[in-house]
Design a protein around this ligand. Structure first.
Ligand code: EPU
Length: 336
């Protein structure tokens, strides 16, 4: 395991924030994991596990070791009458993995096309888009406990998946290294094309894993800024879930407020809509701002620092709270 000192993290976070890490390493194989376990015993320093860097904001330089998970490999693990079980290592690029399943003729993950990040990070926030979330097709994952060196297996129930949340996000950040994830994909596909915009982009084409994946890619490219062109971490806030009474109060003065009833009876509303109503879309101060394409996406136009981006986030939280009495919650991990 090679360790770089005073390393730039600019290319390792999709916000493109120019933070530095005191130490940086890459985990490519089992020997690297062993070396990492040893390093952690010998050094009493902060420690951070990094996937694709697409769901975090470095507010400051990192005064410890950042370990980037680069484990590779994917395969068809098993098959039964109804399902195909496909596995991928934690460091695999999520979108490449989805395309691989699609190209092999397997359905289930197509609505999750083009989500940035790695396979190992995907369960942590239970990634979701266009009416599907990871939990819908998750089977199990393997992880190494970096405090005890135990190898663990988690099934669906253990993961406690919820909207952009999991057992890992609440309890095990930087403690468990997710080495591989297995998905159970249905042999008889059920297409999800009712989310706004999907049917329109399909333009009457027969729904297949391939055609839906292509449609989702087109939809995301039209609606969301591309991190390769302009730094961002996707949605910066979670969509708030409100009690029915609160929702009905708001509806009186805001008849257009979007709302989706949840299984527990509460109403999920749109953070993008709330932010848009407060006039933030396209806002820019220095190099930090809010996307012109989507009010939920904070953007770095070039050299914004993590502190400047976080300042925009805090200002948005204050304004939305003032206007609607709703406290927005950041969706990416804010570090430092
Ligand atoms: N809207 C606005 N202004 C905007 C954009 C959207 O008012 O600038 C309103 C519209 O009323 C629209 C509603 O917001 O109907 C919902 O917009 P969208 O369909 O884009 O979905 P979202 O709730 O903003 C969520 C996920 C996205 C995911 C999309 C599509 C969260 C936090 N975000 O966004 O996930 O791609 O649905 O399924 O749940 C991500 O997590 O990084 C991410 C991009």
């Amino acid at each position: 395991m090679e360790i770089q000192q005073n390393a730039s993290l600019k290319g390792l976070n999709t916000f493109g924030v120019n933070a530095r890490a005191d130490y940086l390493t890459e985990i490519h194989n089992h020997d690297d994991i062993e070396a990492l376990l040893e390093w952690k015993v010998q050094h009493d320093l902060p420690f951070l596990l990094l996937g694709g860097g697409s769901n975090l904001l470095f507010k400051n330089d990192y005064k410890g070791l950042v370990a980037r998970v680069c484990l590779e490999g994917k395969d068809i693990a098993a098959e039964d009458d109804n399902k195909v079980y496909v596995s991928a290592a934690g460091g695999e690029n999520w979108h490449n993995f989805v395309r691989w399943t699609v190209e092999n003729g397997y359905a289930g993950l197509e609505n999750l096309s083009l989500i940035p990040g790695t396979v190992g990070a995907a369960p942590i926030q239970n990634i979701g888009a266009y009416g599907v979330e990871l939990a819908d097709h998750f089977h199990s994952l393997q992880a190494v406990n970096l405090e005890t060196s135990e190898v663990l297996e988690f099934d669906l129930e253990h993961c406690q998946f919820a909207y952009r949340d999991s057992f890992f996000k609440s309890h095990t950040l930087d403690k468990l290294l997710i080495t591989s994830v297995t998905f159970a994909l249905p042999k008889k596909a059920e297409w999800k094309i009712d989310y706004a915009g999907v049917r329109e982009v399909l333009e009457g084409k027969e729904p297949t894993a391939q055609s839906i994946s292509d449609a989702i890619v087109a939809l995301r490219q039209s609606k969301l800024p591309d991190p390769a062109t302009i730094g961002n971490a996707g949605s910066f806030f979670k969509n708030p879930v409100l009690a029915v009474e609160k929702w009905e109060d708001l509806k009186v003065n805001n008849p257009d407020i979007p709302g989706w009833k949840q299984p527990d009876g509460q109403i999920k509303t749109s953070a993008a809509w709330l932010i848009d109503q407060c006039g933030w879309k396209g806002y820019r101060k220095g190099d930090a701002g809010v996307s012109q394409k989507h009010a939920l996406v904070l953007v770095n136009y070039g050299n914004a620092s993590g502190v400047e981006l976080w300042q925009v986030a805090e200002d948005i939280i204050d304004k939305v709270e003032g206007q609607f009495g709703i406290e927005l919650e950041a969706e990416p991990r804010v570090i430092g």
